[in-house]
Design a protein around this ligand. Structure first.
Ligand SMILES: Nc1ncnc2c1ncn2[C@@H]1O[C@H](COP(=O)(O)OP(=O)(O)O)[C@@H](O)[C@H]1O
Ligand SMILES: [Mg+2]
Length: 255
């Protein structure tokens, strides 16, 4: 049984059909990519999978369970974490608190419990803090635990967001353009971190990425969408040589 099974997803926004009959299956230890030109519908796929949108048509089965009707935090609680194309961190909390709060959510506390430091929260706070510091160390962020994300360079903010997702111990990690806006040294660092996470935790990673260096060096398989439709699937080498893909990217300098 696949970890994530997506069957015939279609998403309409008013008159716009952003996604048409999208199908995919991801196994437990896959590291795979989703690519396509701007506006192709990639982020829409992640918003559907993570429960931010409810599909117009189709089904998503995660870990054997259909997710239709579940709220994003409920889907997260099933073992899924994501990052966003535009970084979404709690900017007025320290890096450490960003990570701690993400986990308290995972442990079943509501946001308000955590914020009000309920007794329940305080009781497990020590283990949460320990786990948070471990994840921050893995992500080479130990020097920044007391900083506010908004004061960090962009590349570090991206890393904090990845650390936050990782801290919830997901079985499936969705990364929406993790290399967006990074300089080339940061991109190399990101590739190393993702590979390390993958090797160490044996989780499934699915990424949307425009920087071909990242997907080509990390992903085992890619799916390409254009105007909401899958136009190709295959290994990175197969995708790079696929005429339909090259055609979709004509005029787009990312490939
Ligand atoms: N919440 C929304 N409401 C209306 N249109 C949307 C919404 N989300 C995405 N779209 C539209 O759907 C299409 C696909 O968007 P998106 O999935 O963000 O593309 P990508 O991530 O591939 O660049 C775009 O035309 C976008 O404007
Ligand atoms: Mg997008």
């Amino acid at each position: 049984m696949p970890l994530l099974e997506i069957l015939g997803l279609t998403q309409r926004f008013g008159g716009l059909q952003a996604l048409t009959n999208f199908t995919a299956a991801l196994e437990e230890h896959d590291l795979v990519g989703l690519i396509g030109p701007n506006g192709a519908g990639k982020t829409t796929v992640f918003n559907l999978v993570s429960g931010f949108y409810t599909p117009t048509e189709g089904a998503i089965v995660f870990n054997g369970r259909p997710t239709r009707g579940l709220r994003p935090h409920q889907v997260a609680g099933m073992g899924m974490a994501r990052t966003f194309q535009n970084i979404r961190l709690w900017n007025d909390m320290t890096v450490l608190d960003n990570i701690r709060l993400a986990q308290s959510h995972w442990l079943g506390y509501g946001l308000w419990d955590a914020v009000w430091r309920s007794r329940r929260y305080l009781r497990t706070e020590k283990s949460v803090e320990k786990k948070s510091r471990e994840v921050l160390e893995i992500m080479s962020l130990t020097d920044y635990v007391e900083e506010l994300p908004k004061n960090l360079p962009y590349g570090l903010q991206r890393r904090v967001e990845l650390a936050r997702a990782l801290s919830t111990s997901p079985r499936l990690l969705l990364l929406d353009e993790p290399a967006a806006g990074l300089n080339s040294a940061d991109v190399d660092g990101l590739i190393k971190h993702i590979r390390w996470i993958y090797d160490q935790f044996h989780i499934c990673i699915w990424m949307i990425e425009h920087q071909m260096k990242v997907v080509m060096s990390l992903c085992q398989r890619l799916a390409v969408i254009d105007f909401g439709r899958t136009i190709a699937t295959g290994t990175p080498a197969e995708i790079q040589a696929n005429p339909a893909v090259i055609n979709a990217y004509l005029g787009d300098d990312t490939l």
